[in-house]
Design a protein around this ligand. Structure first.
Ligand SMILES: *[C@@H]1O[C@H](CO)[C@@H](O)[C@H](O)[C@H]1NC(C)=O
Ligand SMILES: *[C@@H]1O[C@H](CO)[C@@H](O)[C@H](O)[C@H]1NC(C)=O
Ligand SMILES: *[C@@H]1O[C@H](CO)[C@@H](O)[C@H](O)[C@H]1NC(C)=O
Ligand SMILES: *[C@@H]1O[C@H](CO)[C@@H](O)[C@H](O)[C@H]1NC(C)=O
Ligand SMILES: *[C@@H]1O[C@H](CO)[C@@H](O)[C@H](O)[C@H]1NC(C)=O
Length: 430
């Protein structure tokens, strides 16, 4: 039903009365949030007024599964391991040219691009699979963080289809048409789960950067341009305008823009650290101060972010990680908001066994929630156990996709690091 013009005029008048001049969207207040929704209190998350510390699981592939038995098996193991929060993708976009293959392989897709606008697939091979993951999570008392978009293999489809070739990646964050299109998608997702206490938080984008894997950064996304912060602000305000109750975060990797960035020795030269000099696009200290960014996220992958093990280096993966954790604690303390060490990983079982206990301990000692990348599930049965579930990721011998950072229950030393951490976090919760 369309509201009458008079009704709209009244709302508008009321709106301008309530809002202090200059601000557009009122940040969220805990007292107004319904029961069962997660809130924040200074550096802590809370649930119904009690502390909510947790170990979470990253699993982008859960909504890509087609077997309900496998989905249940996965949630059952998560619950047994003490996991309280799942993080997954709220986009699964395909190109029109991929549609035939997607239909043949029963690949989950929510958006299909074949023109200057995508089509939403809210059918049984589309958003109903996300609905199902969220309702199954609810059954196991696990809350879900949903990201609306992806910096990698995702946002570039908006650029490619709406703006054509030859654009830099960062036009995604500034072009009014891509912003409108992103917001239309955000609205589609929020409208499905707005009233669900199973949603832990909304994430604006996974790992926003000035560049992507297929498009370079343009001249207007540089240290100090605030391109990402401007986008974070507009989108977090937009999400808040649609949904006053759920938490909102960036989903970023947590890069800094420091006046005096950290430096390190590489090949006998002292170089400025990309993760601290603003080149990536984020400015963690200031992004976290935005009124509708309720908590901070950061990721930790030193092995893929650096050329490690070079001669003469004074640098180790373990120490770099500890320092990265400290630098984010400092920012979180200044902002008075919680942080999640939201993705982290190293390759190789021995490296995981050596490094995770130290990183995890330090994070727990400093009031973090943690979400290792990524949850490994054994014993999956679907489609002969070998269906390609997304591009190069397959289920092999019943094991969920292994990108080298995946940890499985049969790797007991590493598994125990996380289940012990979950026990500690759950004992701290109300
Ligand atoms: C999408 O399809 C277009 C047109 O067929 C093609 O040029 C492009 O490379 C595809 N993009 C991706 C990301 O698959
Ligand atoms: C995509 O659009 C083209 C041109 O309009 C059309 O021929 C084609 O059938 C469409 N493909 C899909 C998968 O919708
Ligand atoms: C490595 O050396 C640089 C430059 O002397 C110094 O700033 C940095 O703190 C050192 N890193 C470690 C881990 O000792
Ligand atoms: C383990 O870490 C070492 C030291 O950083 C590195 O050289 C090695 O490649 C890593 N192993 C794997 C399998 O990633
Ligand atoms: C555990 O399971 C994974 C996935 O099937 C497999 O690759 C690995 O060899 C198994 N054993 C250990 C000790 O990692």
């Amino acid at each position: 039903m369309q509201p009458s013009p008079l009704f709209l005029a009244c709302i508008l008048a009321l709106w301008t009365l309530i809002l202090p001049s200059g601000s557009t969207i009122i940040p969220r207040k805990n007292s107004q949030v319904p029961k069962g929704f997660v809130t924040t209190n200074s550096r802590n998350f809370q649930l119904d007024g009690k502390p909510f510390a947790f170990v979470g699981a990253n699993s982008y592939w859960l909504p890509l599964l087609t077997s309900q038995a496998d989905i249940e098996t996965t949630f059952k193991s998560m619950k047994q391991a003490g996991v309280k929060v799942l993080r997954t993708w709220g986009w699964n976009a395909i190109n029109g040219t991929e549609l035939e293959g997607a239909l043949q392989t029963d690949l989950t897709y929510y958006q299909v691009w074949n023109g200057t606008q995508y089509l939403i697939n809210d059918g049984p091979q589309g958003l109903q699979r996300l609905d199902n993951v969220i309702s199954t999570a609810e059954k196991y008392d696990i809350k879900v963080i949903v990201a609306f978009a992806n910096n990698w293999f995702g946002s570039d489809l908006y650029i490619q289809w709406m703006l054509g070739a030859g654009q830099p990646h960062d036009v995604f964050f500034t072009n009014r048409n891509t912003i409108a299109s992103y917001q239309a998608y955000v609205k589609t997702i929020i409208s499905r789960y707005k009233d669900s206490p199973t949603i832990f938080a909304w994430e604006l984008m996974n790992e926003a950067r000035c560049l992507s894997d297929t498009l370079a950064a343009g001249p207007s996304c540089v240290p100090g341009s605030n391109t990402l912060r401007t986008w974070y602000q507009e989108q977090s305000d937009y999400v808040r305008s649609l949904d006053p109750n759920h938490l909102i975060t960036t989903g970023g990797e947590g890069h800094f823009f420091w006046k005096n960035p950290r430096k390190y020795w590489f090949d006998n030269t002292l170089v400025s650290d990309y993760n601290y000099n603003g080149e990536a696009g984020e400015d963690f200290d200031h992004d976290l101060l935005l009124p509708n960014i309720d908590f901070g996220t950061y990721h930790l992958y030193p092995q893929s972010w650096y050329v490690v093990d070079f001669p003469g280096s004074n640098w180790t993966v373990e120490d770099w990680g500890l320092q990265w954790i400290d630098d984010h604690i400092n920012a979180a303390n200044k902002a008075g908001k919680p942080v999640i060490l939201e993705e982290f990983g190293v390759g190789g079982l021995q490296n995981k066994t050596d490094i995770y206990p130290k990183w995890v301990q330090h994070a727990l000692d400093t009031k973090h929630a943690i979400m290792p990348w990524q949850w490994g599930q054994l014993g999956l049965t679907e489609s002969g156990g070998n269906r390609l579930i997304k591009y190069a990721d397959a289920i092999i011998d019943g094991a969920s996709p292994n990108d080298g950072n995946t940890f499985y229950a049969n790797q007991t030393e590493v598994w125990d690091v996380f289940t012990r951490a979950a026990k500690i976090q759950n004992a701290r919760s109300g």
